[in-house]
Design a protein around this ligand. Structure first.
Ligand SMILES: [Zn+2]
Length: 239
């Protein structure tokens, strides 16, 4: 292939890489933010069972305290039974004890159902913890990958820039100016390949005569449609 064209193709590669790196530099931190937000939302969602478990646990504790209090007052009532003076008072205390025993029974039934709920929830909470640990591990790995990519961008950028500047020195001034002008007008692409008579920049057909010349001649040709500098690329050979 023609020397200047090879230089331009190399230059295009550098320019495209630099544009890509700039957009990655902008996109990767945004990607990181999204990743963190998603993980936080997942974490909040998965903690619902734990929140419910803690809630029921504290209800259970409160009920246990209630029972303890009732038992204490029952014990006192039984002591008082020994000191009563008349039957009416005796009957009243017996009634008091009866009520206390019945409410103890109710609370115990409640406690049993709370304990059953706690059993079921603790299985779910354990499962959630395992899932969260796994997700956390994956989240950390993804974060690390993005961090590594972010850290590599600056040094990659410097390398491509250096390569670009060296190529620019080798390309004759008028050709370089033409390339820059076309590139700036065409979304950063000034040089593009043609295969099977189609321009890969604008995807329009190249006239047969031009397509023939493109494969044979040493001149620089432009796409009649998008004006980009074109070169013939045999994709069957390179594939
Ligand atoms: Zn074109």
């Amino acid at each position: 292939m023609k020397g200047n064209l090879l230089l331009l193709i190399g230059l295009q590669e550098c320019d495209s890489q630099l544009v890509m790196l700039l957009s990655r530099k902008k996109n990767l931190p945004e990607q990181m933010d999204r990743l963190n937000q998603d993980f936080l939302a997942f974490k909040n969602g998965i903690e619902q069972n734990k929140i419910k478990y803690d809630e029921i646990k504290s209800r259970h504790n409160a009920k246990e305290k209630e029972i303890k209090k009732i038992n204490e007052s029952m014990a006192k009532a039984k002591e008082r039974l020994l000191e009563v003076k008349n039957n009416k008072e005796y009957q009243a205390i017996l009634k008091e004890i009866e009520v206390a025993e019945s409410s103890c029974g109710d609370i115990e039934t409640e406690i049993i159902s709370l304990l059953e709920e706690l059993d079921k929830l603790s299985v779910l909470v354990k499962k959630d913890e395992d899932t969260l640990n796994q997700q956390n591990k994956e989240h950390e790995e993804e974060k690390k990958k993005i961090e590594t990519d972010i850290n590599a961008i600056d040094s990659d950028f410097v390398n491509w820039e250096k390569q670009r500047d060296e190529l620019r020195k080798k390309v004759p001034g008028d050709i370089l100016a033409k390339y820059e002008k076309i590139k700036n007008r065409n979304n950063g692409i000034g040089v593009i390949s043609v295969w099977k008579a189609v321009c890969n920049g604008c995807h329009m057909n190249i006239p047969p005569q031009l397509y023939n010349e493109l494969q044979r001649s040493a001149e620089l040709f432009s796409c009649p449609n998008c004006n980009r500098i074109i070169y013939f690329e045999n994709r069957e050979k390179s594939a």
